[in-house]
Write a protein of this length. Structure first.
Length: 464
């Protein structure tokens, strides 16, 4: 699991001319340097980067994918130094800044733009992330971002910041993601902390006064204690609603046991903005991943696993798939594995799981099943650990495998696996107990994967 803390200064960084000033809001050139420029994750992103069109840099239409394509171009530039992609990002940002108040884009898929703040929330953040990756920074673009957050008023009579504070659903969380991107880019830590703390209060309670849940409170476990995400262990009339987002669920239908069949994607839209904001905040030392018994994990688990198994039709699909590798990277889940190719694409606001990809080249067999093309042993998660951890490895073909833990003197401490494994990706859980039945003491240990003639070693740390 990659964890990167970005140091930022209080206030706004402003320059009178463009300078190279990459902060690393979504990812960084340094992180990307270790990832291969081949394989499905790269190919999907590179294809979108090639499609990116600065002339379509509009934020007034919620179904415009060009923002995510421009972000793809920025990531490709940061990895390859190909100036063609940097030029695309710069031209897009310049057009946005020059236009000022969002211009109405042409019709997309038969739908016209309306300049609602929902569109701005979905579209704006990706441009800030892209600008950071190519080092684009001008006073004009910074002013435009500030105006998008706090000054411009949409056709729904709200600024982006006010919409975040009022709407307790995917409208508000998409705004949350874009606001985090904007304030991180501006290095406005005061606003960034303000947005973070408001989200935390909405999840932990009591409800911030401005949040408007409307009249249908049926999906809340306690209608006198309204939460953005239902608390751990929430049960109502025999139905487990732990992790449910009440305001987006009521838009799918009022409470019922069993729940009404899925008719919207709002619950996953809620997570798109939330995960975007969470990743950015973590990189500024303001993590929300663990807040309230890992509320974000509980929300994902409810729909991807628990309700999918019980009722069917609730797991991520389409342009919601991109979130799964990001959740895997944080929580050690495996929801993104053996998924359709779109897991490597973008969503409504951002995406490109290439940035959290472990670098294992993969393909599909004749049945369409995912197969790795290289042997790979990943670092264990969590690391350091106490008491247990998980070790993940990949095999391109059926192979005799030994997964062994040694101390620094070379003595074998524990054998985690010894046997034949078919091609694929595997995770072995270990409780930190040595082969004599004793818990390991604090220290550094070596984990070795032997597969055929391949030998690979990683370091793991126990902290008691």
């Amino acid at each position: 699991m990659n964890r990167m803390l970005i140091a930022v200064s209080t206030g706004i960084l402003a320059t009178s001319s463009m300078v190279s000033a990459q902060i690393g809001i979504w990812t960084s050139a340094e992180e990307l340097a270790a990832k291969p420029m081949l394989g499905l994750p790269w190919d999907r992103m590179k294809s979108a980067a090639d499609e990116a069109d600065p002339g379509w840099a509009y934020v007034s239409h919620q179904d415009n994918n060009n923002n995510a394509h421009i972000l793809a171009a920025a990531i490709v530039y940061a990895r390859s130094d190909d100036e063609v992609y940097r030029a695309k990002v710069e031209a897009a940002c310049e057009q946005l800044a020059t236009t000022g108040y969002p211009a109405l884009s042409p019709m997309i898929n038969g739908k016209s733009a309306d300049n609602r703040t929902l569109a701005w929330a979905r579209e704006t953040g990706a441009y800030a992330l892209a600008a950071d990756l190519v080092g684009y920074r001008t006073t004009e673009f910074e002013t435009w971002l500030r105006n998008m957050a706090e000054v411009y008023v949409g056709t729904d009579n709200r600024t982006l910041l006010w919409m975040f504070k009022v709407r307790p659903n995917n409208w508000g969380t998409h705004a949350f993601g874009s606001l985090c991107a904007i304030y991180a880019y501006l290095q406005d830590t005061t606003r960034l902390v303000e947005v973070r703390d408001y989200w935390v209060q909405a999840v932990v309670g009591p409800k911030p006064e401005a949040l408007d849940y409307g009249d249908d409170l049926s999906w809340h476990v306690d209608e006198n204690d309204l939460r953005l995400i239902n608390p751990k262990g929430a049960v109502k009339q025999g139905l487990n609603i732990d992790g449910v987002m009440p305001d987006d669920m009521r838009r799918n239908g009022s409470f019922n046991n069993p729940p009404p069949a899925r008719s919207t994607d709002y619950h996953w839209g809620f997570l798109q903005g939330t995960i975007t904001g969470a990743r950015i905040l973590e990189r500024f030392g303001l993590s929300i991943w663990e807040v309230t018994d890992s509320a974000i994990y509980r929300a994902g688990y409810t729909f991807q696993v628990r309700w999918e198994a019980a009722y069917g039709g609730w797991k991520a699909d389409g342009d919601d798939l991109w979130m799964l590798p990001f959740l895997d990277e944080v929580y050690g889940t495996e929801w993104g594995e053996n998924q359709p190719e779109r897991v490597w694409d973008h969503g409504k606001n951002t995406g490109w799981a290439y940035v959290v990809w472990d670098g294992v080249i993969s393909s599909t067999d004749e049945q369409g099943s995912w197969l790795p093309e290289t042997y790979k042993l990943l670092y264990n998660y969590p690391n350091p650990f106490n008491p247990g951890t998980h070790v993940k490895f990949f095999l391109p073909r059926t192979t005799q495998v030994r997964l062994v833990v040694y101390n620094l003197n070379g003595a074998e401490i524990a054998t985690l696996f010894d046997g034949l494994h078919e091609a694929g990706g595997y995770t072995v859980s270990w409780d930190g107990i040595d082969k004599w039945g004793n818990p390991l003491s604090s220290g550094i240990y070596l984990c070795q994967l032997c597969a055929g003639t391949m030998r690979e070693v990683t370091k793991m740390m126990v902290l008691r």
